[in-house]
Each structure stands twice: as structure tokens, then as C-alpha cells.
Write a protein that binds this ligand. Structure first.
Ligand code: MN
Ligand code: MN
Length: 269
């Protein structure tokens, strides 16, 4: 159940409206990392969640994001409003001025409509929580850039609040993920293939024009990692007959058998 209270979660004051800045703010209203996307992503994940404690977390934060949508929408509206009547302001974004009357719409800063394609909802709690941690990090950096491009003290104050809350959410999602007690590399129930999972392929080789070369670090050495130098061979090969047999088994049909013994890649890299 949703219930609207006629107050903003955080007071919004704008000294001098700046239509161009209002347009930038729309990225956090109807953009890929914006508040509507966050609200929908967490709330819909919550509907799918069978873990009562973490469902409560998803619904709490999903609902707070709706309040953020209201704050950033109010802020954007204040900056865009002069577009309705002033030609000079309208030139900042003719679409918002002429089609939208200087109001906010569910579009990003480039006028592209909001889409559910922005949402990451997998129905696997730990995978969803990772998506949410990343989503909060993106929202944080977008707010930071908006603050950097803002000259208005009141707007900056509201943006600082919204930016801060994203870190709060990030902390909560991280704690929720950790409290599941799962090995961080255990995703789903099918284990990875043992002799393949620890191979690191040095697939970008040579020396670049600025002297870039192959780098080593904890991502490609130690901890059982096998560094494979410039691999050009398939990991596994199968004969034409083996491939044909597999296809027959999978489709339940017999196809013309062949005796060709040429190896074929089982896996395309
Ligand atoms: Mn938010
Ligand atoms: Mn958030």
C-alpha cells in the first residue's frame, strides 16, 4: 500500500532557476540511474523476494526512492519552470518547453523516455543485491557531478542530501549481501568447471603506442590462478562425429552421419 504525505522528504529551495541545469537534473528523474529506476528495481525485486527480512529492506529502500523522485522532480521543475514563458529559457530545451510546458517528464537529460529496460531484476536475491550496490554507486557519482556543475546553494543542499542517502543504501545492501553468508563466488547452484575457472587468458597482448604492456596483479596471479599466455587454441576440441551425436541426442533426431575427423571448437572464444 502506498500513501502520499503532502510534504517533501527534504526541503527544496532554489535561489535562481537555471533551465539548463534543470535539464541535467532529469537524468536523476527519468534516467538509467535515476530515482524512478531505483524505486522500481528495489520494489519489484521485493515482490519477488521470499526472504522476509530482505524483502522488508527492499521495500523500505524502494519506497524511499519514490520520495527521492519527488524531491528531485520538484527541484528539476523549479529550474525548468521559466521555460514555459521565456523564449530565452525555452531555447535551453525546446522539447521540454514546447511539448512539456516547462515541466518534468519521465525522460532523461537527452529527452529519451524512461524504460523498464533500465531495471535489473533476476529473481536471485544475492545477484539482485549486487546489482543494487552497483546502482547506488552509479546514482552517487551522478549526484556528485550534478553538485559539481551547480552554482545554486539551495539546489546543492538538496542534492547533497540525495547523494548521501545513496551511500546509506549502498551500506545496507552490502550488509544484506554479506549477511546471507554465501561465498562471494558462489552464484546459483551449478559449480563452475574446476580446470577452466582458474585460467586467466592474456588475450590483450603486445606493446601499445604509449608503451602499454601486459600487467600483472592479484586478478591474474596467485590464489591458484593459471596465467595462460596469448591463447590461440580452443580449450576443447571435438570431432565432427561427436558434434553430430550431440546434436542427435539433443534434438532426438538422426541426421546424416559423417566420417569427417576434423576437430571443431566446442567453445568459441
Ligand atoms: Mn535515491
Ligand atoms: Mn538509493
Amino acid at each position: 500500500m502506498y500513501h502520499h504525505v503532502k510534504k517533501l522528504m527534504y526541503t527544496v529551495r532554489v535561489g535562481r532557476p537555471e533551465p539548463r541545469f534543470g535539464n541535467m537534473l532529469l537524468e536523476q528523474f527519468g534516467g538509467a540511474n535515476g530515482e524512478l529506476a531505483a524505486a522500481m528495481q528495489y520494489s519489484i525485486q521485493g515482490l519477488n523476494c521470499e526472504d522476509a527480512a530482505r524483502k522488508d529492506l527492499l521495500m523500505d529502500i524502494g519506497t524511499e526512492e519514490l520520495s527521492h523522485l519527488e524531491v528531485v522532480g520538484t527541484l528539476a521543475r523549479m529550474h525548468l519552470k521559466p521555460m514555459k514563458k521565456q523564449r530565452s529559457a525555452a531555447e535551453a530545451d525546446p522539447l521540454i518547453a514546447i511539448a512539456g510546458g516547462g515541466g518534468v517528464g519521465l525522460c532523461n537529460s537527452m529527452g529519451n523516455p524512461w524504460t523498464a529496460d533500465y531495471l535489473k531484476i533476476t529473481g536471485e536475491l544475492d545477484v539482485d543485491l549486487r546489482s543494487n550496490i552497483a546502482a547506488e554507486a552509479r546514482a552517487k557519482i551522478v549526484y556528485e557531478r550534478l553538485i559539481d556543475f551547480c552554482d545554486d546553494a539551495g539546489s546543492k543542499d538538496a542534492l547533497q542530501f540525495l547523494m548521501t542517502r545513496e551511500i546509506t543504501h549502498m551500506k545496507a545492501f552490502m550488509a544484506a549481501l554479506e549477511s546471507l553468508g554465501k561465498d562471494p563466488l558462489q552464484i546459483g547452484h551449478i559449480p563452475p568447471t574446476p580446470d577452466i575457472v582458474n585460467k586467466y587468458f592474456n588475450d590483450s597482448t603486445g606493446v601499445g603506442d604509449d608503451g602499454e604492456t601486459d600487467e600483472r596483479g592479484p586478478w591474474n596471479e596467485g590464489d591458484g590462478i593459471e596465467y595462460v599466455e596469448a591463447p590461440t587454441q580452443p580449450i576443447a576440441t571435438a570431432t565432427e562425429q561427436e558434434v553430430t551425436r550431440e546434436i542427435q541426442r539433443a534434438t532426438g533426431r538422426r541426421t546424416t552421419s559423417t566420417t569427417t575427423q576434423q576437430p571443431r571448437s566446442k567453445r568459441i572464444r
